[in-house]
Design a binder for this molecule. Structure first.
Ligand SMILES: Nc1nc2c(ncn2[C@@H]2O[C@H](COP(=O)(O)OP(=O)(O)O)[C@@H](O)[C@H]2O)c(=O)[nH]1
Ligand SMILES: [Mg+2]
Length: 299
């Protein structure tokens, strides 16, 4: 459970190796539990995941739901349901939602188990594994589950490499190591989403650029969250945004300056410390102090 968090360098050889490992683990399980970040469900999904898991039964966990906009999360649930996945909203920090995993697996396997029982085959163990890109909360969820169910089962016959299984119920077991997928930065938008959430440490973009883009987005989609968090005067904000003499980017910087003034992020000569403001905005977003925010919308 101590796989590298953020700084995995995904090079093709590493991807191939990961793919192979996950493919091997997949042979041992009936159900795949894919963890996504509820704030960025698409950007936090490895686009090759369908290829990797093929037609295994799938549960999608929208994790960090405490940080996401509830009404958008509901839309995402509908979206993934339409794709045929069972969806669970989860906050791995409190464990909320994690308890639904067992129920969901039971629902999914009920028919099959009943059919087997009719043929006299009872006691089949359903096995599941967790997959997802770094930082979406795979380890937190596994920890949550294993604290409650400390009974571990090891060394299945026929399994050469020793696998640790966490027993979730009489007939459900979870592989205790997750499959770590790589994030795929297919577009600037995806790269930014992964940077805002701190999912990837972005070496290409400066923190100020990330904070600038996030502020721009928040000004449009979550203006009240900014106003509330930094006690901004709504009229002042609107005046800046409606100022026809300013370029779009100047307006955003002006909003950041305003936030800096409010937060006392001031350098000598009364200049606003934009580096500090950027850190404040990003940190407040990532820790939920800016409220529940979903960056990716169902189209
Ligand atoms: N707010 C919030 N933070 C979470 C949640 N789940 C995980 N985290 C945090 O996200 C970070 C990455 O979690 P981790 O379980 O290590 O992710 P992994 O890399 O997928 O195993 C940690 O700082 C966790 O505390 C959640 O549901 N809500
Ligand atoms: Mg982990």
């Amino acid at each position: 459970m101590n796989e590298n968090k953020t700084n995995i360098n995904w090079y093709p050889g590493h991807m191939a190796k990961t793919m192979k490992q996950i493919a091997e683990d997949l042979k041992l399980v009936d159900i795949v539990i894919e963890i996504l970040d509820a704030r960025i469900p698409i950007s936090s999904q490895n686009p090759q995941v369908h290829k990797i898991i093929q037609n295994k039964k799938k549960i999608i966990i929208l994790n960090k739901e405490d940080l996401a906009d509830s009404k958008e999360s509901q839309k995402w649930i509908t979206y993934f349901n339409k794709e045929g996945a069972n969806v669970i909203l989860c906050n791995a920090n409190t464990g909320e939602g994690a308890n639904k995993i067992v129920c969901e697996i039971e629902k999914m396997t009920k028919n099959e188990n009943e059919k087997m029982a009719q043929k006299g085959r009872i006691g089949k163990i359903t096995r599941a594994m967790i997959i997802g890109i770094p930082n979406v909360g795979k380890s937190s969820i596994i920890n949550r589950i294993s604290n409650k169910n400390s009974m571990k089962v090891a060394n299945k016959p026929g399994v050469t490499v020793q696998k640790q299984w966490i027993r979730l119920s009489n007939n459900i077991e979870l592989l205790d190591t997750p499959g770590v997928l790589w994030p795929k930065i297919e577009s600037d938008g995806v790269g930014l989403n992964l940077a805002y959430t701190g999912t990837i440490k972005n070496n290409i973009l400066y923190e100020e650029e990330i904070a600038y883009s996030l502020t721009k987005l928040l000004v449009t989609e979550y203006r009240n969250n900014l106003i509330t968090r930094y006690s901004l005067n709504e009229e002042v904000v609107n005046k800046i945004l409606e100022n026809t003499k300013m370029e779009e980017n100047e307006k955003i910087v002006e909003i950041m300056n305003y936030i800096g003034e409010k937060r006392g992020a001031i350098l000598g000569g009364n200049r606003v410390d934009l580096e500090k403001v950027s850190k404040i905005i990003l940190d407040d977003f990532r820790t939920g102090k800016l409220g529940r925010i979903t960056l990716e919308r169902v189209k």
